[in-house]
Design a protein around this ligand. Structure first.
Ligand SMILES: [Zn+2]
Length: 148
């Protein structure tokens, strides 16, 4: 069984297993800087050594310069020396689950195929667990750079 196989059938509502990670994502969301969209997002990344690194979205008056919560978390983790991740929890502003944007999916994929947990902010246990490869099939990766 490959790691990808482990994720099969896990999409859909199911209990959140990593409550601590979810809680850290909720807390991180409070630090979001979203004066333009008011759309605050928090993310918490569990690293291989169980360290938790969080991120929030940071907007800018020059809109394209903003950074999503997921990328903030990944970039912070990588800049602290982490390279392998077990899961990321993403919490948006409302009862609807939000999915990482295409750019974040590509950034997540750079670091392997780990769990992506989409959770709501209310504390309900509804969550959706996917994998990076499910979110971004046929991804562009380092192996595509070989042979150039
Ligand atoms: Zn994004």
């Amino acid at each position: 069984m490959t790691r990808k196989d482990n994720f099969m059938g896990q999409a859909g509502a199911k209990p959140m297993q990593d409550q601590e990670l979810w809680h850290q994502a909720v807390l991180a969301r409070e630090n979001a800087y979203a004066p333009y969209s008011k759309f605050k997002v928090g993310a918490a990344l569990r690293c291989q050594d169980n360290t938790i690194i969080t991120g929030a979205n940071v907007e800018n008056a020059s809109y394209p310069l903003g950074c999503c919560a997921e990328r903030t978390a990944v970039y912070t983790a990588v800049s602290r020396g982490h390279r392998t991740f077990l899961r990321i929890v993403v919490v948006g502003p409302g009862p609807e689950l939000i999915f990482p944007c295409g750019g974040c999916r590509q950034v997540l994929a750079e670091f392997g195929d780990f769990e992506v947990v989409l959770a709501d902010i209310s504390g309900r246990v509804e969550s959706r667990i996917l994998s990076v490869s499910q979110l971004l099939p046929h991804q562009f990766g380092r192996e595509d750079l070989h042979g150039l």
